[in-house]
Design a protein around this ligand. Structure first.
Ligand code: G3H
Ligand code: 13P
Ligand code: ZN
Length: 309
């Protein structure tokens, strides 16, 4: 199991962030270059971060390579950071990550009933607590409902404030991901940026008090970034994300962890495409990866600046 002085449980970062009325950026990575981009942005702005890997990212890199890369990142980092499992689907993957040195895991049983979700989450909490590892869980439904969610169906999909409190009490989680109008990927709205249900967030916050809340699907999908990627041959259509104003409003009202994957993916993709197009005779793969890494770093910096103001 790997450990490092700069590696801390996510709980520590989130509790501090709440006190300071800011949020911690939690950025998905899938290779060495994205880790380097995220950590160098964090170093530059002197802000702690959460590095997070999905199960498919772990499969892609292999646990040994992943841990070695993050271990090197800790060494290079001038800020503290957490290594977090994003959307763990069951106890086994959470245990594997805890046993490998992750300082935080998410168990995502949000598709199950409240009772089953609480029961499965509690199992992970009990194991993680033995190692001081933080646990995030999710209540509510994010994916693909944003445009279908009218006033009547909001209660069916979005997180219910009362249930959030019960869930936190039953499970002993360190943070809770809530559904208030975001979804994963570049298509968060069909006709424009989706509006977040900030009133619901306020109600949830009133109920759960100091429990840090997490916003998944929080990429901004900046139109200029999408246009740039498309200019270099990508085909990303109907792309809308969460506005910086909504992000700031959500931080003001209790969101302490903000999950971002898509914004980095678009920047990285755009960098690779641009570099390949502009250097057709180059066979040096480092050339286009370095350029993509630079763009990924810039977008991470832009995000981090939004989270602290
Ligand atoms: O929330 C999902 C993340 O964007 C991770 O996606 O499973 O393709 O790595 P992934
Ligand atoms: P985005 O797709 O909006 O970047 O959300 C990522 C996320 O929530 C990872 O858990
Ligand atoms: Zn997510």
């Amino acid at each position: 199991m790997f450990a490092h002085k700069n590696l801390v449980p996510a709980r520590e970062l989130l509790v501090q962030a709440l006190k300071e009325k800011k949020a911690i950026g939690a950025f998905n990575f899938s290779n060495m270059e994205t880790v380097q981009a995220i950590v160098s942005a964090a170093n530059e702005i002197n802000s702690p971060i959460i590095l997070q890997a999905s199960e498919s990212a772990i499969k892609y890199m292999g646990m040994e390579y992943l841990v070695a890369i993050v271990s090197a990142a800790c060494e290079k980092s001038s800020v503290v950071l957490a290594l977090h499992l994003d959307h763990g689907k069951d106890f086994e993957i959470c245990k594997k990550c805890i046993d490998s040195g992750f300082s935080s895991v998410m168990i995502d049983k949000s598709s199950l009933s409240f009772e089953e979700n609480a029961e499965k989450t509690k199992e992970v909490v009990d194991y993680a607590k033995r190692f001081g590892v933080s646990v995030e869980a999710e209540l509510g439904t994010l994916a693909g409902v944003e445009d279908e969610v009218n006033v009547n169906s909001k209660d069916a999909f979005y997180t219910a404030p009362g249930a959030a409190l019960n869930f936190a009490d039953l499970t002993g989680i360190d943070s809770l991901a809530i559904a208030i109008g975001t979804s994963h990927g570049p298509n968060k709205g069909k006709r424009g940026n989706p509006k977040l249900d900030i009133e619901r967030l306020k109600e949830i916050k009133k109920k759960v008090g100091e429990l840090p809340l997490v916003l998944h699907g929080a990429s901004s999908v900046y139109s200029e970034e999408v246009e740039k990627a498309n200019e270099y041959g990508a085909d990303i259509q109907n792309a809308f994300g969460i506005t910086d104003e909504d992000i700031k409003e959500s931080i003001k009202n209790g969101i302490a962890k903000i999950n971002v994957d898509t914004d980095i993916r678009i920047a990285f993709l755009s960098g690779i495409r641009q570099s390949l197009m502009e250097n057709p005779s180059s066979i040096d793969i480092r050339k286009y990866l370095a350029f993509a890494r630079e763009l990924a770093k810039n977008i991470t910096l832009r995000k981090l600046k939004t989270f602290v103001k």
